[in-house]
Design a protein around this ligand. Sequence first.
Ligand code: ATP
Ligand code: MG
Length: 260
Amino acid sequence: MRLNIPFNHPRRESLLIREKLVDGFRKGIVAPEGLIAHGRGECFDYILGEKTQEFALRAIEAAAAAILLANHPVISVNGNVAALVPEYIVKLAEESGALIEVNLFYRTREREEAIKQHLLSHGAREVLGVGEDASATIPELFSERRRVSPRGILIADVVLVPLEDGDRTEALKRLGKFVVTIDLNPLSRTARTADVTIIDNVVRAMPLLVEKVRELKGRDREVLKEIISRYNNNEILQEALRFISHRLVELASRELRIRV
Ligand code: ATP
Ligand code: MG
């Protein structure tokens, strides 16, 4: 930690998250493009009030049910996710029996290995998708972006892809996967293509998802199926956009100038 951020700083949480990403960048876990992608997310978080909203809680419940019902759930991890929430990736894998797979947009041998070691140091039992293990390919995607593990994403029925790129989310859907994402932007292609979109910051959503999986774990499969059949992702996307527009309209009717 290089920065000394005062406890009452209004952007304290946000600055601490940035520090984690910059540390991850220095350790070779986060790609430079990942730092920029985070900025796009931050902008939406600012507008969402930097809090988990009701539409995110409903999506988290559906996500937990889908992961628990899956025969072969996989958590896809990129540099940003590994840097921000390594402990919750490991906890989610443990609680749900999901496998962890490194899945990078900008794949390099060094970075995939750095991410694997980072996750192992946080208690992961196994990390797929690294080196020789990423030997299968997803059709239609180009170059390194299409490599996956034949024991992981290739045969998964439910895939959690936090902060994923739209092309790859679409490719996963075409392969018939049930896709769950965490994405702050309700307008991204990933958000609009996934089956369940948790519109929230990954740092808030992952702990809540782990908690929800723990809570629903003992429930009857019928109860879990009922949660999924009641769930409508289009409604969630619409609610998020309505929330954003109402919040901006409400803010626009207030005195905004800060007097010091
Ligand atoms: P798409 O390819 O799905 O249309 P995009 O091209 O707009 O999305 P990408 O850079 O491909 O964006 O994907 C990164 C996504 O991750 C963005 O939608 C961004 O809002 C989101 N994001 C970034 N940081 C976070 C975070 N901490 N928590 C949740 N979402 C985040
Ligand atoms: Mg994209």
